[in-house]
Design a protein around this ligand. Structure first.
Ligand code: PMP
Length: 439
């Protein structure tokens, strides 16, 4: 076993964890994400948390769901409570194809593998494709849970910048060319085209075919992660990358944001050749996804106006998005900029030079507001001037109050910067790889 000499020789770390010398080398990159570390304090009622990305489930019809669950167990309990196939319940896989058709995807149910949330899909894809040191291209910033999976399998993440239209194709091409020139060609492009977590931007339609072509040319498999695609505030949808190049795109979907995150039902739609390996990987991870939860989702899609329900979710997120954008415009000090999402859960804020959002966070929490600092969304320590604000969960009034508090903290931080130069109470540590965190 390879062990970092610093870890093995550090008596303080040994005292904290007597198992330290036993861990596999791959655990070195596994650290708690900043969001998780903050979770306990940020969930105190007096703190307005703009940190976590929990879906707001208040609009769900709980009573009718309860009676559906009762029916499933009463009528079909011996199936619902039994093991199933690692591939997933056949009827649900058919219904998933209907859901994906809303974004232009034509798929066969055989090519859908049901997973325990799309997070499991991310883990399996990384497991199937990444050896230690392999290069994965991801947007900068990127989803913290994906970075956690890449770190767990010791992949090397190269970030490519976005602008208001999402991933920049020219920069993608440059990154792919340079990775190949270094003898470390990229294996995967991991991308979140719609209502990006954490950046809040959406890949323009024109760029989609360009990105698909570039990846073809460089022999890179695309992993398209799309949990928010149906949450466009105007009901708008965009053609999935998968619909443009079915043979070179692995698509990850989820019911977490459009129905119920706690059921942990997601899926992978893979090119046909990959499907079998995926089923084997799923089998070794969980034997099968929970049958009861799959039947609940399937019955819900059958009997509920699920599109109407998504519309309700969209309206509640839109109201919150409007509240946060208005509050940011009203309160944020000069020099701060932010993205203006057209769907999804997140606004990405950039603060003036000299301010370190990670160092500022304890002061913000003391002022009773929490956010996710930017470095957690990069694998390379970048992002110290950025933060993610999630508007999905608090009420519009709480959001406004949270932004007001945050702006006051920023203002006093900016005064300190003007007086003393950079305010860095804690240095931003080098490469930072957050652990999986669904928030
Ligand atoms: N991908 C992205 C971009 C996400 O934001 C999330 C959840 N926050 C996930 C994947 C994981 O979702 P699930 O609940 O389906 O595992």
């Amino acid at each position: 076993m390879v062990l970092q000499p610093s870890a093995a020789g550090d008596p303080a770390r040994h005292n904290l964890d007597p198992h330290l010398a036993r861990y596999a080398a791959r655990t070195e990159g596994m650290t708690a994400s900043e969001i998780r570390a903050l979770f306990a304090v940020a969930s105190r009622p007096e703190v307005v948390s703009l940190a976590g990305g929990m879906p707001n489930l208040a609009a769900l019809p709980l009573e009718s769901l309860a009676s559906q669950v009762q029916d499933i167990i009463a009528q079909d309990g011996l199936v619902a409570l039994q093991y199933g196939s690692a591939h997933g319940v056949p009827k649900l896989r058919e219904q998933i194809c209907e859901v994906m058709a809303l974004e232009g995807i034509k798929a066969h149910p055989d090519d859908v593998v049901v997973t325990v949330g799309s997070q499991m899909g991310l883990d399996m894809i990384t497991r199937l494709f990444c050896d230690p040191g392999d290069t994965v291209i991801a947007e900068g910033p990127s989803y913290v849970g994906a970075l956690g999976s890449f770190a767990a399998y010791q992949a090397r993440v190269v970030h490519v910048a976005m602008d208001d239209d999402g991933l920049v194709p020219e920069l993608l091409e440059e990154a792919l060319t340079s990775a190949a020139a270094q003898g470390r060609p990229a294996k995967l492009l991991y991308t979140i085209p719609n209502f990006h977590n954490p950046a809040g931007v959406t890949l323009s339609v024109e760029r989609r075919s360009r990105i698909v072509e570039i990846c073809r040319k460089h022999n890179v498999l695309i992993v398209e992660d799309n949990p928010y695609g149906l949450l466009g505030f105007d009901g708008q949808t965009y053609p999935a990358l998968r619909s443009l190049d079915p043979d070179n795109v692995v698509y990850l979907g989820s019911f977490s944001k459009t129905f119920a995150s706690g059921l942990r039902v997601g899926w992978v739609l893979a090119p046909h050749g990959i499907r079998e390996k995926l089923v084997l990987a799923a089998e070794s991870a969980t034997l099968c996804p929970p049958t009861l939860n799959q039947l609940i989702v399937s019955r819900y899609l059958d009997t509920h106006d699920w599109k109407g329900q998504i519309k309700k979710f969209r309206e509640s997120y839109r109201e919150r998005r409007d509240a946060i954008l208005a509050a940011l415009a009203q309160h944020m000090p000069q020099g701060c900029t932010w993205t203006e999402p057209e769907g999804g859960f997140y606004v990405w804020v950039t603060v003036p030079e000299g301010i370190d959002t990670k160092a500022m966070l304890p002061r913000a929490v003391t002022a009773r507001v929490a956010y996710a600092s930017g470095t957690g969304f990069y694998a390379d320590g970048f992002g110290s001037r950025q933060m993610r604000l999630s508007y999905c969960y608090p009420t519009p009034e709480r959001i406004k109050e949270g932004v007001r508090r945050l702006a006051a903290v920023l203002e006093s931080e900016m005064e300190l910067v003007q007086t003393f130069g950079t305010v860095q109470r804690r240095p931003v540590s080098g490469p930072q790889t957050p652990g999986p965190d669904t928030a």
